[in-house]
Design a binder for this molecule. Structure first.
Ligand code: CA
Length: 217
């Protein structure tokens, strides 16, 4: 599981970020001042730090000096929206910058982008607003987890890995059920219908006449 350290002294903001990231399947730890953050960074290994600038104890810029040699990606969180602060943060080696107040969907998108840049999300597959974590087998649509059965999950991965390609029922069956296709299309059709409904892709997984299905995004 991806571990994120949230360094933010304003509790309501910290709680909101914590809740949102947990909801999206990340493991989170919160630090409410610079000293506690430095202690945690020494004790544990994190995949990403969300770092506020104005903090009691050590401020975000000071902490950045501490984090940089560790090679952990950092996204600065700050109420400051001036270009100079943004430039300073990025020059110091921050990977991105998020000005408060921000939308949760923007936070999630930036977290995903930075993690991907660091290849911490190799197991992640994306299609539109759907993100598939092949390691934890968690599927999120617009950040919200979707409950899929094992076969539905495998079917989704197959479609996403073959976007725009018409897949024969026979191939779908053999790939997902890992056994020989007997010509009975009902199993495949039933699972495709259920997957479409759960993921909200009724108009995206399209039937292909005499073949099977194709994912069009
Ligand atoms: Ca602050």
């Amino acid at each position: 599981m991806i571990k994120i350290l949230i360094v933010e002294d304003e509790r309501p903001i910290s709680n909101l970020i914590d809740m949102s990231l947990r909801g999206a399947g990340y493991a989170c730890t919160c630090a409410y001042d610079g000293t506690a953050a430095a202690d945690l960074l020494e004790e544990e290994r994190f995949d990403l730090v969300l770092l506020d600038i104005m903090l009691p104890g050590a401020n975000g810029y000071e902490l950045m000096e501490f984090i940089r040699p560790m090679g952990i990606p950092v996204i600065f969180l700050t109420a400051k929206t001036s270009v100079m602060d943004k430039v300073r943060g990025l020059r110091m080696g921050a990977d991105d910058y998020l000005a408060k107040p921000f939308e949760i969907i923007e936070l999630l998108a930036r977290v995903e982008t930075v993690l991907r840049r660091y290849h911490k999300t190799e197991a992640l597959l994306e299609a539109g607003d759907v993100v598939i974590d092949q390691e934890s087998r968690v599927v999120r649509k617009a950040g919200v987890p979707v409950n899929l059965t094992k076969k539905e999950f495998d079917l989704l991965v197959l479609f996403v890995q073959n976007k725009g390609i018409a897949l024969f029922r026979e191939n779908i069956y053999e790939r997902v059920w890992e056994s020989e296709y007997t010509g009975d299309s009902r199993t495949v059709d039933l699972h495709v219908q259920r997957l479409r409904r759960k993921i909200g892709w009724k108009d995206k997984i399209k039937p292909v006449y005499k073949v099977g299905y194709r994912l069009e995004l």
